[in-house]
Design a protein around this ligand. Structure first.
Ligand SMILES: NC(=O)c1ccc[n+]([C@@H]2O[C@H](COP(=O)([O-])OP(=O)(O)OC[C@H]3O[C@@H](n4cnc5c(N)ncnc54)[C@H](O)[C@@H]3O)[C@@H](O)[C@H]2O)c1
Ligand SMILES: O=C(O)CC[C@@H](O)C(=O)O
Length: 525
């Protein structure tokens, strides 16, 4: 009988379902990382919320682990890459707590507008300070929505019901979807300039970390009120405190913090600041939803191999799995490359297969491409829900099979339509197992997409490669592999380098300033 550990406080329904389905279950919460490491080897599955940190170090000791299940949305407490490397499926419950979290953001907005926590504390202290608490109305105010996915969409809907105007910034939001949501699509600077309230609903990624930086906070309207019920790290907390202290920011409500549990924080006690201890998902309804869903999904996988809402694996039958596995790795890498490189809202994606690839079930390949593309924008996307999300957001997805064999015995090509035109990448499998990029925006290359990489587009000029090498060397960045391609001698050339250290924003600025460089970007696979 498979054995599961529930390591965070979870609704009792989860344990009940595991037992009813024939899975043995232990509920052991509040263990230190060392204590957890000592016992993790006994379990086939780990069910958790946000407290347990599933690090590479913990997974090293998880010798029998087959599935890690997050009863919730964000998986930033799970090292998905390390789990995948160990063949452990990671699942989440992408929709179970969305309404609850959206309602928490709206509650925080009301609390800020009317200073309810402060007025409550003052009244209960016997002060009756009627003149002190002069609020603002929400009606007719502009709500700036950063991140217009599941939760952002529900917040927008509720805010419109409150007669607010909603302006949304989300690179993945199409005009059509914005229209359907009744929101105005805007760039970040416009949103910052116009919003009376700003609410954040993005995952924490390299692109969203400090999205409300000191510089961006300075661009906001005087008297703005800010809500974060998504992830700590989206706002520069020190800059937020400065803004509150100076009076530029009238109020801020945080449910999430850079360091959690946030037992101490410089923001505590700042006038205009209110907080909750990561309660976004904490309602009876949401906790029952996510507990039931995760226990059912994990039991299915452990008992019959059925896969639902996995972040690192598509739904597959037992016969297809071995044939499709290398193609899905290729498809996800190509999708991830396109997602990282295309910085505009994508309008359409065409997934073409040639040769051996065209003989296979296209759905898992498409799912893997879409999951790769959208992982740059969302951490709740997976190979199962990616096609559904793409459709919901108005993204046109086309699958084209070509019977002909081209230069390669098997090929997957992805073409995306962006505001800047069509862009296409293609890859093949070496020895039928090893994914390789063979074409990048029309330029022939040959590269493995893995780990940290640097992408540079430059004018093909003598001495350029030496200068790039020196710039990386001076920054202490070691080059692992070096791939080069060009359209024509002296024309546009691309460099794809795998590197051992992080490409810092400072290094990117240096590279972008070099003579001949048109684009320089850090990529991660
Ligand atoms: N406080 C809580 O308890 C709680 C509960 C549930 C979810 N969350 C968090 O809320 C966040 C959103 O959840 P969701 O279900 O709406 O996710 P989602 O994937 O449906 O939506 C995220 C949206 O962010 C957008 N986005 C990505 N990068 C962006 C960028 N650079 N700028 C602007 N937008 C960007 C995506 O395109 C997507 O539309 C997640 O991080 C999740 O972990 C917190
Ligand atoms: O489990 C929780 O309480 C928080 C969950 C939330 O952060 C999520 O990402 O789903």
């Amino acid at each position: 009988m498979p054995k599961v550990l529930i390591s965070d406080k979870m609704d009792p329904k989860a344990a009940q379902i595991f037992r009813e389905r024939g899975v043995e279950v232990d509920e052991i919460t509040d263990k230190s990382p060392e204590e957890l490491k000592d016992i993790i080897g006994r379990y086939d599955g780990l069910a958790l919320r946000s407290s347990t940190k599933v690090t590479g170090d913990l997974l090293e000791a998880a010798d029998n682990m087959k599935v890690v299940g997050r009863a919730g949305i964000g998986v930033d407490n799970i090292d998905v890459q390390a789990a995948s490397a160990k063949g452990i499926v990671v699942m989440n419950t992408p929709f179970g707590n969305s309404i609850t979290t959206a309602e928490h953001a709206i509650a925080m907005m009301f609390a800020l507008a009317r200073e309810i926590p402060q007025a409550d504390a003052s009244t209960q202290a016997g002060k009756w300070e009627k003149k002190k608490f002069m609020g603002v109305e929400l009606t007719s105010k502009t709500l700036g929505l950063i991140g217009a996915g599941n939760i952002g969409g529900i917040v927008a809907d509720r805010a419109r019901g409150l007669k607010m105007k909603v302006v949304a910034y989300d690179p993945f939001l199409t005009e059509e979807r914005a229209l359907e949501m009744g929101v105005e699509k805007a760039d970040l600077d416009t949103l910052l300039k116009r919003a009376d309230f700003i609410t954040l609903h993005t995952p924490l990624t390299d692109q969203t970390r400090n999205i409300l930086s000191k510089e961006n906070l300075a661009k906001t309207k005087k008297g703005v009120r800010i809500i974060n019920c998504a992830r700590g790290g989206l706002i520069d907390e020190a800059a937020l405190k400065e803004g509150l202290d100076s009076g530029h920011i009238a109020g801020a409500a945080l449910d999430v913090f850079v360091e959690e549990p946030a037992r101490e924080n410089p923001l505590f006690g700042t006038p205009g600041f209110i907080s909750t201890p990561h309660l976004g998902a904490s309602t009876t309804e949401a906790q029952v939803n996510v507990a039931i869903q995760i226990a059912e999904q994990m039991s299915d996988y452990l008992l019959s191999g059925g896969v639902t809402n996995a972040l690192n694996m598509p739904s597959l039958s037992a016969e297809e799995a071995p044939l499709l596995k290398p193609y899905m790795a290729l498809a996800e890498k190509l999708g991830s490359l396109v997602g990282q490189l295309a910085q505009d809202a994508l309008k359409s994606i065409a997934i073409e297969t040639e040769g051996a690839a065209a003989e296979l079930n296209q759905k898992p390949i498409t799912g893997a491409v879409l999951a790769g593309v959208m992982r740059a924008y969302s951490d709740s996307v997976n190979m199962v829900n990616a096609p559904f999300l793409a459709k919901e957001r108005g993204l046109d997805v086309r699958e084209v099979r070509h019977d002909r064999e081209g230069d390669y015995h098997t090929l997957v090509r992805i073409t995306v339509q962006t505001d800047e035109g069509d862009r296409s990448v293609a890859g093949t499998l070496f020895s039928n197992t090893e994914p390789r990029l063979v074409e990048l925006f029309g330029i022939k290359v040959e590269a493995d997409l893995a780990g940290k990489m640097l992408y540079v587009v430059n004018a093909d000029k003598a001495g350029f490669i030496g200068r790039i090498g020196s710039a990386l060397g001076e920054a202490g960045v070691n080059i692992g592999t070096f791939h080069l391609g060009r359209r024509a001698t002296g024309g546009e050339a691309v460099l794809l380098l795998s590197v051992d250290q992080d490409i810092t924003p400072e290094l990117l600025t240096t590279l972008r300033g070099m003579d001949g460089v048109k684009t320089a970007m850090a990529l991660d696979f």
